[in-house]
Every structure is written in structure tokens, then in C-alpha cells.
Design a protein around this ligand. Structure first.
Ligand code: PNS
Length: 181
């Protein structure tokens, strides 16, 4: 049984396997799911909104009822303007609960007709967050299995100084010579 049109708002900086898991679950429950990236967050993002949008577009290309959008200002105003009936949010652990409860109740206070629906990602992603992924990647640690491959590659491009200089045509990395037989 599918029902209605839901918004899945967030920062997605970067999208993780946990986000993707939730998007897949949400797409099976709702007729249509719009993944909405917040544009003007107070935080300084690692990836621009355009980069995050591009990654999410690639990751959800096979999900026919999922769209990617961006929004500004109050989420409930955006949800209302889209005529959405629900807001989807993920809860990983008890630690998420307080923040999510406050947000859901504040949103309800502003717009009582908009319901927040919580879903849990697979337990193997229960500790995965964009913040920790950024932290581990910035320190040169492995993020394999925590983010989709396309995101892993984007992190590498963003953080690897050699790759960045190469992209900017500042240095040329010599190709490896084939070994003589
Ligand atoms: O992925 P995040 O950073 O936890 O997502 C938080 C997000 C974007 C859902 C939240 O900050 C939000 O809705 N911001 C838009 C501004 C707004 O409506 N603030 C009031 C929330 S009660």
C-alpha cells in the first residue's frame, strides 16, 4: 500500500548509504518521494548544493518515483508549496530522537497538517552519518561501504591534493610505463 507524496529533507553533505537506504524504503511506501536538499544552511558544506544534487540524481536514477530538489527557508513552507502530505526523516539511534522530536513538533506547531514519518535505516548503517564520513575521509581514513561508490570517488577528488592539482592542470602525473615482457 503506497500513500501520498512525501518530502525527505536534509543536508546530504555527502549522501551516505544510510540516506540511500532510507530513500529506497521511502520510495516503496510513498507514491512519490522528493529528496530536498537545504540550500542555505548555517554550516559551511563540503560539497556545493549542485554537487550534492548531482550525486543524488545519479544514486536515485533507477527509482522512478523519486525526485531531487533543493529548498530554502522553512521546510514546512516548502512542503506546503509542494502540496506534500508527509515529511520523511530517518532515526538511527536513541541519540537522534531528541533532535528529531523537537524538529517534528516545531514543524507541527507551524503547520499542523504536515505529518512527520520516521523510518529506520538498516542496522548496518545505524552509526553512519555525513559528519563522521567527512571527518574520516578528511583524515584519510576508509569510507568504503559507508557511502555509495560515486560519493567515495567524489570525496577522493575533493580531498586528494594530487588529484586536485591534476584536475586544475597544475601538475601532470606521469603515466606508469608498462613492464617489458
Ligand atoms: O540532514 P540534516 O542537516 O539533519 O537536515 C536538517 C533539515 C535540513 C531537515 C532542517 O535543518 C530543516 O528543515 N531546515 C530548514 C529550516 C527549517 O525549517 N528549520 C526549522 C526546523 S524545526
Amino acid at each position: 500500500m503506497k500513500k501520498g507524496f512525501a518530502i525527505y529533507p536534509g543536508s546530504f553533505d555527502p549522501p551516505t548509504n544510510g540516506h540511500l537506504d532510507l530513500i529506497q524504503r521511502g520510495s516503496q511506501i510513498f507514491d512519490e518521494l522528493v529528496v530536498a536538499i537545504l540550500r542555505n544552511s548555517e554550516k559551511v558544506p563540503m560539497f556545493s548544493v549542485a554537487e550534492r544534487r548531482e550525486m543524488l540524481l545519479q544514486l536515485t536514477a533507477d527509482l522512478r518515483n523519486v525526485r531531487i530538489d533543493t529548498f530554502d527557508g522553512l521546510m514546512v513552507e516548502y512542503a506546503k508549496s509542494m502540496d506534500a502530505s508527509c515529511v520523511l526523516r530517518g532515526i538511527r539511534a536513541v541519540s537522534d530522537y531528541e533532535y528529531e522530536l523537537q524538529m517534528a513538533l516545531m514543524n507541527r506547531k507551524i503547520e499542523p497538517t504536515l505529518e512527520t514519518v520516521f523510518m529506520m535505516p538498516a542496522d548496518k548503517y545505524s552509526y553512519v552519518s555525513s559528519r563522521l564520513v567527512r571527518e574520516v575521509a578528511q583524515a584519510g581514513g576508509p569510507v568504503k561501504g559507508l557511502v555509495p561508490e560515486v560519493v567515495e570517488q567524489k570525496l577522493r577528488e575533493k580531498l586528494d591534493p594530487v588529484y586536485r592539482l591534476q584536475e586544475a592542470n597544475v601538475i601532470e602525473v606521469p603515466r606508469r610505463r608498462k613492464k617489458k615482457a
